[in-house]
Design a binder for this molecule. Structure first.
Ligand SMILES: [Fe+2]
Ligand SMILES: [Fe+2]
Length: 246
């Protein structure tokens, strides 16, 4: 039994949004996803998909993308990404009812992997703009945008805390935390998300959303304060599912 994660599938079986223009790594990326996931993930494994699943705007425009995900091996757990317009937070329970036994939508709830609770939310990160000097050193940033970001972080933190709390109340003491957005800003400063992960003793924080060479280093990768941070954006890992736990 193993736990895998992969983010940002950006499928568009129904929407007219080819990804080829974003670089070679995206060429026939859905074929790579299918091949690599089928080669790696066994039926008894769990695969967490960390958001940006589909370009469809409404649920009806995402059905084929979700059906593609459903056909992949293992238990599939989905997190909300910033592009998942089909997924209204208030309708998460309805999605879980409709896809019961096929897909699990992780929001304001938690999933179980052995003795671990899998908790998560979309998250939010202040992404700038940062003003840099010629050597790439940060001189300042857009304060107004940072203030807006703080409000979004608060809302996401409430959702994440709810997920942790429910898991703890159900008796879980081991946690793996999932976010769509990176857990920190590009300065890799501690954030409410990293602090909550530390407070609950999460063993790993898994995130995606960062696309392209220049963004892969936007947040923590590797160990930080005893927690493993894993970036699993599809293009970062060439769409190969990343092993989180065995
Ligand atoms: Fe994305
Ligand atoms: Fe994203």
């Amino acid at each position: 039994m193993a736990l895998y994660a992969l983010g940002d599938l950006h499928l568009s079986f129904q929407a007219d949004k080819p990804m080829d223009g974003f670089g070679l790594v995206w060429k026939n990326h859905e074929k790579k996803i299918e091949q690599y996931v089928c080669e790696t993930v066994r039926p008894e494994d769990t695969l967490v998909l960390t958001g940006d699943h589909s370009w469809g705007r409404k649920l009806e425009q995402c059905r084929e993308d979700l059906a593609f995900i459903e056909r992949l091996p293992g238990q599939k757990i989905l997190l909300r990404g910033n592009h998942d317009m089909f997924w209204d937070v208030k309708k998460t329970a309805r999605l879980n009812e409709e896809y019961a036994g096929r897909l699990f939508f992780l929001q304001n709830n938690f999933a179980v992997y052995g003795e671990y609770a899998l908790v998560g939310t979309k998250g939010y990160t202040f992404e700038g703009p940062f003003y840099l000097d010629r050597r790439g050193r940060i001189l300042g940033w857009d304060q107004e945008k940072e203030n807006q970001a703080k409000k979004l972080v608060e809302r996401e933190m409430e959702r994440l805390e709810k997920s942790f709390r429910q898991a703890r109340e159900a008796g879980f003491r081991k946690f793996i935390m999932f976010l769509h957005y990176p857990p920190t800003n590009i300065l890799e400063e501690d954030s409410p998300f990293t602090k909550l992960a530390e407070e609950y003793g999460a063993e790993a924080v898994v995130y995606s959303h960062c696309h392209g060479e220049s963004r892969f280093g936007d947040s923590i990768r590797g160990n930080h304060h005893g927690i493993r941070y894993l970036l699993v954006s599809g293009d970062y890992v060439d769409f190969r599912p990343v092993l989180v736990l065995r």
